[in-house]
Design a protein around this ligand. Sequence first.
Ligand code: ATP
Ligand code: MG
Length: 395
Amino acid sequence: MYQAFVVKYGEIGIKGKNRAIFEDALIHNIVVSLKNVEGKFLVEKEQGRVYVEAQGEFDYEEALTALERVFGIVEICPAVLTEDKGFDVLADEIMEYIDETYAEKNFTFKVFAKRARKNYPLDSMTIAREMGGRILEKFPSLQVDVHEPQVSIHIEIRERISFYSESFPGAGGMPVGTNGRAMLLLSGGIDSPVAGHMIAKRGVAIDATYFHAPPYTSERAKQKVVDLAKIVARYSGPIRLHIINFTDIQLAIYEKCPHDELTIIMRRIMMYLAEHFAKEDGDLGLVTGESIGQVASQTMSSMFVTNDAATMPVYRPLVGFDKQEIIERSIKIGTYDTSILPYEDCCTIFVAKHPVTKPRLDAIKRSESKLDEVLPDLMKAAIDSTETIWVKAED
Ligand code: ATP
Ligand code: MG
């Protein structure tokens, strides 16, 4: 019976000019998110709320799920949206709503009214009291409980009037796009998609780089990363994905550098290349799925050495998480089942049996300098042969 949703967003830090930017980004992202939902929707803002109004038939569950993924939303309330035709008409509509929504008329309730449009003839207190009285008159088996009502009936008066009694928590965070863009190093693993989701939650739009090593890594390993990007894009919006052929660089490292340092040198070169595309795309930082101590390449010493290769800030949203916490998040956002598909990764193919866990920057740089003659050309070739695609959420 709902044809609309009242969308509530946090208001902290979005005063003045920022508020319009925040709201417009939120509306844009809601529209994008609803594109894959059956139905047509009108999305509008009015006095601190966003209304999502279905135009005719629509898939309620799908619409709710789509809204639950949009960052910046605090609460989603399936609502009835109506025009102001006077208090008596509103009362009739609310009685009908209660009658249809609650088959059993045996609950306690409280009416919450909010008069955001000040020229409405009744103030909030009066609306709540008067509507409460009428509800009791119409449904004598109901009871008012102002402290712990089982059902909270909200009435909000703006140009249009909305009422609702159900609500779902939103994803929180900030609308993607309100906080610049960053370059995510996206592998086929469990961690980096979760890192992408977390950075997007802070309002950051995502570009991504994926390094593969054909023919050592397969087409389906690449497809897996595209599939992961599709899932992250449900939350972040479309992702520009650069697929970089890393084979010749890896072979050169393998040939010229000590094998226990392969991974760390490879990581540094990934940073160079990711940063190249980050600059092209207007990104203000790099993002990885690293977490302190998780593997040899993620000790404090290793990250010190990797980080040195980047000039941009490197964000590591998972830095303090245990693997189990990361897994729980990946299950929740829907990337886990794809991440655990057992396809080969470029890093595991050339990996050493006993990688250094306490690399020293000067030593690694010395080893890396063995590539000096070939690296510029190899990097140029990798950049020139990079395939860039836009990845959108699945229809
Ligand atoms: P993930 O689950 O994200 O693959 P991981 O636990 O396997 O992480 P590593 O393989 O050490 O850890 O990778 C650390 C980070 O480096 C990844 O989270 C990712 O951001 C980046 N990375 C690793 N391999 C690749 C790759 N092939 N393409 C792009 N980024 C990569
Ligand atoms: Mg990995």
